[in-house]
Ligand binder design. Structure first.
Ligand code: URA
Length: 225
């Protein structure tokens, strides 16, 4: 792979910016200076910009603990997006949030540049579990469990897939596992039960659990195996 193409694929730098960095001697390959058309082996060579190594990855997977107030979009003229929370060293072209949480929902958002992986976790056919901590206006009823397990019909007549609910120590706080991602799904499910969601946090996607030590607003890179 050409050196300039390598830098472009792994960072936010454009091809011409990469060329300029190389020309100005800010790029080293295995400690020495190179030209833009030199070949690098992404797996073996050590490429650094201003002494900071660019570690090659085919794709990047980022766990974000989203705070309320940010939207899951790549850009928006008015509202801050989750992309603004990605630290510079994890930024690269093509990143997007794989799935949407509402602006006022917090918790786990997976950000990646791997479209095939995102499709797998988002496709309704995959039935990937998403687990939430749901805070309600009124205490949850024992009867909710069976209704949720049967599949709630939400406004507009849409039927939801069976969902699994567990109680916590606080009767106003439940854990809910859903297998799809309809628009405002949990809020509409709780509304159909005569209740209201006052806070919502996603804590798991499939078998990836939100790191409980990851502060709100922070990201970390994760391995997807
Ligand atoms: N269900 C909702 O209502 N909102 C979310 O953000 C996620 C699930």
């Amino acid at each position: 792979m050409r050196l300039d193409a390598f830098i472009t694929s792994q960072t936010m730098y454009s091809r011409s910016e990469a060329a300029q960095l190389i020309r100005r001697g800010r790029v080293t390959v295995n400690g020495g200076h190179s030209s833009r058309s030199d070949s690098v082996d992404p797996e073996r060579d050590t490429v650094a910009v201003d002494g900071e190594r660019i570690i090659y990855r085919e794709h990047v997977y980022i766990m974000l603990n989203k705070p309320a107030g940010f939207i899951c979009a790549t850009k928006d003229a008015l509202t801050p997006t989750v992309m603004e929370l990605i630290p510079p060293h994890l930024r690269r072209k093509g990143l997007f949030p794989a799935g949407r949480l509402d602006k006022d929902t917090s918790g786990f958002v997976l950000i990646t540049d791997d479209g095939a992986y995102a499709h797998r976790i988002l496709s309704p056919k995959s039935h990937v579990e998403k687990e939430y901590i749901v805070t309600l206006r009124d205490p949850a009823h024992e009867g909710y469990k069976a209704l949720l397990e049967e599949g709630i019909t939400i406004d507009g007549g849409e039927k939801c897939l069976p969902a699994q609910m567990t109680f916590t120590d606080d009767p106003r706080v439940i854990r809910l596992v859903i297998h799809e991602g309809k628009y405002h799904q949990i809020k509409r499910m709780m509304h159909a039960l005569g209740n209201e969601v006052t806070a919502l946090k996603r804590i798991r996607i499939g078998d990836i659990v939100l790191d409980p030590h990851l502060p709100e607003g922070q990201c970390k890179e994760i391995d997807i195996t």
